[in-house]
Design a protein around this ligand. Sequence first.
Ligand code: NOJ
Length: 501
Amino acid sequence: MFSSFLRFIGIVGFIINALHKANSCDLPAKGNPYFPNNFSFGIATSAYQIEGGWDADGKGPSIWDDFTHNYSHLIDKNSTGDISADSYHHFDQDLAALKELKVNHYRFSISWPRIFPNGDISSRNQKGIDYYNKIIDKLLKNGIQPMVTMFHFDLPVDIQKIGGFMSDKFIEKFVAYATELFENFGDRVKIWMTFNEPQIFCKSSYADGRYPPLAGISGEGDYICVTNTLKAHAAVYKVYRSRFYEKQKGKISIALGNYFFLPKSNETEAAYRALQFNIGFLAHPIFHTSGGFPKVMIEDIKSNSLKEGRLTSRLPSLKGYWKNLIKGSADFFALNYYTSRMMQRAVQPKGLNPSWERDMDCDESLDPSWLKATSGTWLYCVPEGLEGMLKFLRDEYGDLEVMITENGWSDVGELDDVSRIRYLKSHLQAVLNGISSGSNITAYTYWSLIDNFEWRSGYSIKYGLYSVDFQSSNRERTPKKSANFYREVISSKKIPNEIHV
Ligand code: NOJ
């Protein structure tokens, strides 16, 4: 890990230089301006965020149905995903947009409670299976490869009732659900992701009390959640390789990421530490040759736990069978990247006691030159962060295939969305730069195809290349300027010099 840290110091020098020279949200080109011939361009959505049809055709409730119905005051304008963009009834409009863009792949998620309404195999719902069969067939008929996420936050309520991610039972329930997906769709789906952004949902659901089930077990529930997610992921990988791979020949990963961290002034150790406490928390056990949680997490959480008077670490131990099963349990790196933060070691203890923040022990800040999204509070345009993340992955985990599975920009929904085009342009440039620097990046996926339910922000924050008329029962989709821009990128396989929109 020390030599990786030294390499990391090299990257950050370059990034800091670039940051100070670059105009905010632009990124200078390096090397070949063309994406490789077989590069796959795509776009993403998730079930709860777009589908609606919350109780249609036998679907059971997910924790997000429950949450939006019973805690609506915690969501912007008391919104729900009950109807959302109603893709459950209007998938053909999504398909028309996908065809217009000429994307090579479409990343969407399957709603577990549509397949097993109470989470368990005993409740198998053929109509839910039919719905996804129809989507997959229509995509393939139009030359669009399906890229499927098995879990994107919408846990069946009954799985939550047995403890959700806190319970060991979760692993066996998730494996049964994934097996059903392989049996029904694996003949046609060749790219799978087990979970989307575990470090976000584990923290938000089990520590912060931001997402359902609002379990505030800070500094412990979040760590148990990550551990059980890794175990469930690896158990599914094992089932796929032993029972399905030979016939189906697909690839499996887990979508990780969101933030990159840069050092504030010369605090390289703080930035590296923050990366290990975030992406490394899940990536190290799967992709690092030594497996297991990052050493810095094991040591510091144990030492904090003992100081708190506990007998053992709050971080579960990952040893023997599970450590070995998790190590190597992915065929490519599925990277979600949105933004970055500057990091320094904390001036004084941070956050709740105990908590992930306190264990990480860093203070974050922003570079004043970063362009801020006009909606929401957290999103800044930092394309250098994507380059930095790609280099971090190369240095830490070696020569991996990387698919960018999410990258997106939010605004308040204008059709003339020039800031989104700027973000897309600079992040696509970061991908090209990453390829020139030696990353084996085979796919880029923009978040999102259409404006949709942005979790607790409801419909106030928009990421789509297509706007949705949420007032009309048909939920018509209208392309924004950025849709034209992305279509041009896909057809020319390069970033246009001039933006013809
Ligand atoms: C990542 C999540 O996967 C997605 O659900 C969310 O809408 C975007 N980030 C934007 O916040």
